[in-house]
Structure formats: structure tokens, C-alpha cells
Design a protein around this ligand. Structure first.
Ligand code: KIV
Ligand code: NA
Length: 270
């Protein structure tokens, strides 16, 4: 059996070969990503990507657990990180531990991720001291889109940089094994990467981060037009459209099914 990559192994890659990661929400895509990625994130973006929600705020625990299980089952190599959904960790370290433990027990994932900097440091310390590896997430934190005033790039004003850098240092000191830096201007992302001794995982950040992550469906060209920071490597939306429309045409003109796709009774014996 192939041993999975662990959170400490990811942490040890600070400043080394770039860490490769993508999101995945289900078994079959995860099996493909597993061949190439160091860790796979079961992101709460699944609320928007898979379930048509407008933000991630409405994602419940049981949805994260269901998709988390599917991804763990479909993979054997990558570290699986499951997002803690909005409302499951913010109020206290105790509540966060209870819910993080439930996610780990139910999915068998290797780590959880939660959003927030200095304000979450106490909770990150509490979890990591009790056996739960935590990936932090700062900058544009989508679960706070209602207080941030939307999905806005952070750090355009240099006056805000010290606070973001403080956030990064606080989660690193609290014991986070890695840090997602999302939607910040490039020079701020570079300063964050230099300020902490844990790997930064960039998304809409900088090529100098210690790793990169994208939402799989976005980079595959499936779904809505993605934000500027996504490079689209595939054209799955168009490919699905082509296949579905070919099928519809063949059903309508009775060219599907053919003899190849139907069962015949056994020919008479003897
Ligand atoms: O939910 C998600 O997909 C994420 C990544 C974009 C980092 O948190
Ligand atoms: Na997320």
C-alpha cells in the first residue's frame, strides 16, 4: 500500500520544490488528481461549484463530510485536506475541535483547513496540540465575503499589508502546517511568503509562493467564466456540450442504440 503524503511532509517543503494542489469533490476526478498533486483540497467552494450556491456561507458540515469521504476513497497518495465550513469553528476552540474531529473521523482525511488569521490563532493552536493538522487561509477569505463587501482582491492599499503579514505570522506561530494565500496583490503575497517558515499556497497570489492551488472545475473550463487568476488548461464544458448534443441527436433520429448496445436472446443450441 502506498503511504499518503503527510501534513509534516508538506510543511517540510518550505522554500523547496513547488507544492502542487487542486480541489476535488468526488472520487473519479480525485483519482486523476491524486497522480499529480501533493495535496487535494475538498474545498467548501463545492457549495458554489457542485451545488449552485451563491457563496460558501451556506455549506453545511454533512456536505463537507460526504464529499470528503468520496475523495478519500478515490485516492491513495495525496494528503487530503477538508475545509471546515462557515459556522463550524469560529465561536470557540472547543466547538472547532468537536467539528474538526468529526470531519477527520467521518472522512479519514489527513488535515482540515479554516479561514482567518490572528483571530483564529488560539483555535489553530488548540487543534494542532490535539492531533489535528490545520491549514490556514488568509487574504481573500470567501466565508467573510459579507463583511469584506464581496470577493475583492486584498492588499491593494499598502497600509493594509502589516495586518495581513501579522495574520500570516500568527497562524504559523500557532502551528498551522501551511497557509493558503488567496486574492492578494503579488508584492504582498511575496512578503507573506518571506515572513513565515511554513509553505504558502497561492491562489490569485504570486508565482513565488511555495505552492499553488486552483479549483479543478475552473482550470478544466467547466462552469462559469472564472476569475482572472485562473489559467484555463482544459475545455471540458465544450466537450460535455458536444457529447450531450450528439447523444440527443442520435436518440431523436433513432441512430442510438445500435446492435452494439442491445442484448439479444441466446441463439438456439445444437
Ligand atoms: O474552497 C476552496 O476551493 C478553497 C481554495 C480555493 C483555496 O478554499
Ligand atoms: Na474554501
Amino acid at each position: 500500500p502506498v503511504r499518503r503524503i503527510t501534513a509534516p511532509q508538506i510543511a517540510a517543503r518550505k522554500g523547496g520544490e513547488p507544492i502542487v494542489s487542486l480541489t476535488s469533490y468526488h472520487a473519479h476526478t480525485a483519482a486523476i488528481v491524486d497522480k499529480h498533486a501533493d495535496f487535494i483540497l475538498v474545498g467548501d467552494s463545492l457549495g458554489m461549484v457542485m451545488h449552485g450556491m451563491e457563496t460558501t456561507v451556506g455549506v453545511p458540515m454533512d456536505l463537507m463530510i460526504m464529499h470528503g469521504r468520496a475523495v478519500v476513497r478515490g485516492t491513495q497518495r495525496a494528503l487530503i485536506v477538508v475545509d471546515m465550513p462557515f459556522g463550524s469553528y469560529e465561536e470557540s476552540p472547543n466547538v472547532a475541535f468537536r467539528n474538526a474531529a468529526t470531519i477527520m473521523k467521518e472522512t479519514q482525511c489527513g488535515a482540515v483547513k479554516l479561514e482567518g488569521g490572528a483571530r483564529m490563532a488560539e483555535t489553530i493552536h488548540f487543534l494542532t496540540q490535539r492531533g489535528i493538522p490545520v491549514m490556514a487561509h488568509i487574504g481573500l477569505t470567501p466565508q467573510s465575503s459579507h463583511t469584506l463587501g464581496g470577493f475583492k482582491t486584498q492588499g491593494r492599499d499598502e497600509d493594509s499589508w502589516p495586518l495581513h503579514i501579522q495574520d500570516a505570522k500568527a497562524v504559523a506561530e500557532a502551528g498551522a502546517f501551511a497557509l493558503v494565500v488567496e486574492g492578494v496583490v503579488e508584492p504582498l503575497a511575496d512578503q507573506i511568503t518571506q515572513a513565515v517558515d511554513i509553505p504558502t499556497i497561492g491562489i490569485g497570489a504570486s508565482k513565488n509562493c511555495d505552492g499553488q492551488i486552483l479549483v479543478l472545475e475552473d482550470m478544466l473550463g467547466l462552469g462559469d467564466r472564472p476569475p482572472k487568476f485562473v489559467k484555463v488548461y482544459g475545455n471540458l464544458g465544450a466537450e460535455i456540450e458536444r457529447a450531450v448534443s450528439a447523444y440527443a441527436g442520435e436518440v431523436r433520429d433513432r441512430s442510438f442504440p445500435t446492435d452494439d448496445q442491445v442484448y439479444k436472446t441466446k441463439p438456439p443450441q445444437g
